[in-house]
Design a protein around this ligand. Structure first.
Ligand code: GLN
Length: 234
């Protein structure tokens, strides 16, 4: 294969609700069609995150208990992850992972779990309530429509430099108030979609792969890479 991209599956053993692992399987499948060899490894508790080793980080969702453990451990990875993001590394962060990239998450029991503040959002708690169900959103920059399933008690409010992944057409999204869903910052895609998101919305997988490819191989022949058709099934 002409190209290699390395994926860090961040806390893949703890943060993997609703088959979020499928996002990596989708990246692998589409990458192979784009003549990209995709490797992946789990980086978890007490392990170092070395930003120079990876092209893509995938950070899945999790329950409050797992998040409380990850919230403590991830502080030691804060500098590496922030450098990676600022250096235009590609990230896909789902639900609990999305929450911990921001400033903090207030759990269902009221406990404040610190994030790393690499992105400028924060997540508050709902009062004895969760958002559960199908979501449909429109990416207003590309016109793409994305479909997913949400299950979260946290309500997220975006901050400086972040724009939503899409505008809510159906469902609740970030907070049920401002019609935003998810966040985009540089090459970071955050969302509450489980399911996994990239299997149902392979346009996003394609953006992630192209972003990572052109960052690592500025001379890559993108027209050849884009031969993968949107909506292609497995
Ligand atoms: N525990 C978090 C919440 O309820 C995240 C849930 C998830 O990742 N599905 O908001």
């Amino acid at each position: 294969m002409a190209y290699t991209l390395n994926v860090c599956h961040l806390y893949g053993d703890l943060m993997n609700t609703y088959g979020d692992l499928g996002n990596i399987l989708v990246l692998k499948y589409l990458a192979a069609k784009m003549t990209i060899n995709l490797t992946s490894e789990v980086i978890s508790l007490d392990q170092q995150f070395d930003p120079s080793k990876y092209d893509i980080v995938v950070f899945g969702g999790g329950q409050d208990f797992e998040q409380s453990i990850v919230s403590k451990d991830i502080q030691a990875k804060k500098a590496g992850l922030t450098d990676f993001i600022e250096d235009n590394g590609s990230v896909v962060a789902i639900c609990g992972g999305y929450q911990l990239l921001g400033h903090y998450y207030i759990g269902a029991n009221g406990e404040k779990l610190m994030g790393i503040g690499a992105l400028d959002h924060y997540t508050d708690k709902q009062k004895d309530h969760r958002f559960i169900g199908n979501v449909e959103i429109k990416n207003e920059e590309t016109g793409e429509i994305y479909h997913g399933f949400e299950n979260h008690q946290g309500i997220t409010f975006l901050g400086d430099g972040e724009r939503p992944l899409g505008k809510v057409l159906e469902g609740h999204g970030n907070n049920g108030q401002d019609k935003t869903e998810g966040a985009i910052y540089k090459n970071v895609y955050c969302t509450y979609f489980h399911g996994p998101i990239l299997a149902r919305n392979n346009q996003i997988a394609k953006h992630v792969l192209i972003n990572a490819l052109t960052r690592k191989y500025p001379d890559a022949d993108i027209s050849a890479q884009e031969a993968v058709k949107v909506g292609e099934t497995f």
